[in-house]
Design a protein around this ligand. Structure first.
Ligand SMILES: *Cc1c(COP(=O)(O)O)cnc(C)c1O
Length: 379
């Protein structure tokens, strides 16, 4: 089956009583245990609604199985802790989702886990590895500068030393990138973003081999972080349109990137789909589409980002991303606000940087909105 077909058909539960074609919402947290082997319980991550969704996502990522969580951070933190403990070392890219960055900075030391942040290249990641490294955590494209790392080269480095690789595939989605095909061990998503896709739910997932799923489940059952049946259902419903949404969002993002790239009041556009982007060739080789996230920097005179955002009529200033509606935010005061100004400077998150999450609207309307806001003020 092609990915588009899997979005619709994989992992659905057949409801025998009525023949209804959707998975029913099973709300029970208590189950009759007589004469049954595998008793469902939400925090055991084994209910019908959890299974149906995780099977669909695993099918999209070409994984054997996985674990569904109540947030992307639950998925990421649990996956890391399943493979790194006291005395171990973890290498993470420094251009990482702010929450993952903060998790390493705030919590690893207390758990006895050492860590090193490396720049977004295979060379830098290789150089940061030592004899105690058990896990490498990467993201591609990155937030918010859309850097692209050569995934297969990082896999080579990790495999030579038996290190577990985790990628946060939230930005790319399985529609544009399937990291397990490139040799990555574990794919993590914040399902709050594209998988949910309507800015109305919070969830996460880690998909991988059956063996590694068992290791993640072992920790997950202690930490909790399971997803409720209602949200499982919303997610399952959303996933049926994932390919349609992301394909349209990706095409819109390319149109907006091309427009902004040509605009005299825009300094810099970060989008791997631009022919002159540093990661363009790598993205072309490892992605099937360049994604629907892009960032740009306003030119000096325009660089009051709040004033610019107030001039937009259609595009909403909002944190989070991946919804059907186009949203925009300044990472320096939102996703990367917890980083020190020095760290932000080092990873290139300037105060004038704006990040667009491109939706499914008509590209012409989005371009008109940006074009109007970019015009110099009349006064
Ligand atoms: C939002 C996000 C997360 C965290 O997900 P939550 O669902 O908010 O916990 C992790 N990684 C990336 C890339 C994200 O955008």
């Amino acid at each position: 089956m092609k990915t588009d077909t899997r979005c619709v058909h994989s992992g659905s539960y057949f409801e025998k009583t009525t023949g209804g074609i959707n998975t029913p919402i099973f709300t029970s947290s208590a189950f009759d245990y007589l004469d049954r082997e595998d008793i469902p319980y939400p925090r055991y991550f084994n209910t019908v609604n959890q299974d149906a969704v995780v099977q669909k996502i695993a099918a999209l990522e070409k994984a054997e199985s996985g674990v569904l969580f109540s947030s992307g951070m639950a998925a990421m933190s649990t996956a890391i802790l399943a493979f790194a403990g006291a005395g171990d070392h973890v290498v993470l890219m420094d251009e990482l989702y702010g929450g993952t960055h903060a998790f390493a900075t705030d919590t690893f030391a207390r758990l006895g886990i050492a860590h090193t942040f490396a720049a977004s290249t295979a060379e830098a990641i290789g150089a940061a590895v030592n004899d105690r490294t058990r896990v490498i955590v990467i993201e591609s494209p990155t937030n918010p500068l859309l850097s692209v790392v050569d995934i297969a080269r990082i896999v080579d480095i990790a495999r030579a030393r038996d290190i577990t690789t985790i990628i946060d595939n939230t930005f790319a989605t399985p529609i544009n990138q399937k990291p397990l095909n490139l040799g990555i061990d574990i794919v993590v998503h914040s399902g709050t973003k594209y998988l949910g896709g309507h800015s109305d739910l919070c969830c996460g997932v880690a998909v991988t081999s059956q063996d590694r799923t068992e290791s993640i489940l072992h920790v997950a059952r202690h930490l909790g972080g399971s997803l409720n049946a209602m949200t499982c259902y919303l997610l399952e419903r959303s996933l049926k349109t994932l390919a349609l949404r992301v394909t349209r969002q990706t095409a819109n993002a390319q149109a907006l990137a091309d427009f902004l790239h040509r605009h005299p009041r825009v300094n810099q556009v970060y989008y791997p789909g631009l022919a002159d982007a540093p990661g363009h060739a790598t993205a072309r080789a490892q992605m099937s589409g360049f994604g629907a996230m892009l960032s740009f920097e306003l030119e000096g005179a325009t660089a009051d980002t709040d004033a610019f955002l107030r001039k937009l009529a259609l595009i909403r200033p909002a944190v989070s991303l991946g919804g059907v509606e186009t949203t925009i935010c300044a990472p320096a005061v939102t996703s990367h606000e917890k980083m020190s100004p020095e760290e932000r400077q080092r990873v290139g998150v300037t105060d004038g940087l704006l990040r667009l999450s491109v939706g499914i609207e008509h590209a012409d309307d989005l371009i008109d909105d940006l074009d109007r806001a970019l015009k110099p003020s009349a006064s």
